[in-house]
Write a protein that binds this ligand. Sequence first.
Ligand code: HEC
Ligand code: HEC
Length: 230
Amino acid sequence: MRTSLPFAFAVVATLAMSFMSSRAFAGDPSGLSGKQLFFRCVNCHGADGQGLKAGTLQVPSIAGLDAWYLEGQIMKFRNDTRGAHPNDTKGLMMRAMARSLNGDAEVKAVSAYIASLAPKVEKPDTSADIKRGQQLYTMVCMACHGANSQGNPDPNIRAPSQVALESWYIQEQLVKFRTGVRGSVKDLEGLRMVPMVRDALPLMAKNLGATLEEADRDILAYINTLSGKP
Ligand code: HEC
Ligand code: HEC
């Protein structure tokens, strides 16, 4: 992977700092607030959690995601349910970072802080067919993610809202679910996604005369119009 030198340095420095501080407090509650813990995340996710593009590496915006979803994902990075696949370069970066947090209390604190940040607002994609995006979303995504993509924390679903996510990041994740990089057999929730985007979506796209690339683009553009409100 090619990344800019200052960025690579920032990453190494962040990792070193957070491991030092987690060692220093090993086993004890650190007493650090969510905001203080978030200092470890800003080199990659940006000061307000709005994501960052450095060289060829893009790190997603996480500001304003729901706390229950953030906690769940950080726990997955900690216990090898996500970011453990050898081809998951970006996931592997997060895996190390998630481990720098000291126990459930810190995971909860940093998640609550990130959830309180204002979500990133994206420009609409004018090349997309929003109407087709709506049809596809309604057929393939809505049952779990909700009519307004408000997400569903029900233990049998646990699908996140997608409105705070950037389109390029959603696209990367769809590819990861399709190719088995995300959604391993250990990952009950990730597994729910796999047949949806690998099998159901290509089929529905074909029915509507769209390629899979067009289907992804249209769904992302449609999600971008949703409120995320229940
Ligand atoms: C070394 C860079 C780096 C640092 C530092 C970092 N992250 Fe990440 N993070 C990433 C990358 C890259 C991804 C995207 C992973 C992927 O593509 O699957 C990510 C993804 C995430 C996700 C998943 C978002 C989603 O929508 O599922 C969460 C949550 C997250 N990071 C939280 C944090 C927190 C909290 C911290 C600080 C304790 C942190 N990150 C520090 C690089 C970093
Ligand atoms: C059967 C239920 C279900 C359906 C249908 C479904 N999803 Fe999901 N989706 C989930 C669950 C559960 C997760 C959380 C996975 C995890 O915990 O890692 C998820 C996660 C995601 C993520 C990752 C978000 C992030 O922050 O990394 C994206 C993107 C996504 N879904 C998009 C879609 C799209 C687009 C569709 C329709 C084409 C769809 N999903 C259909 C259940 C579903």
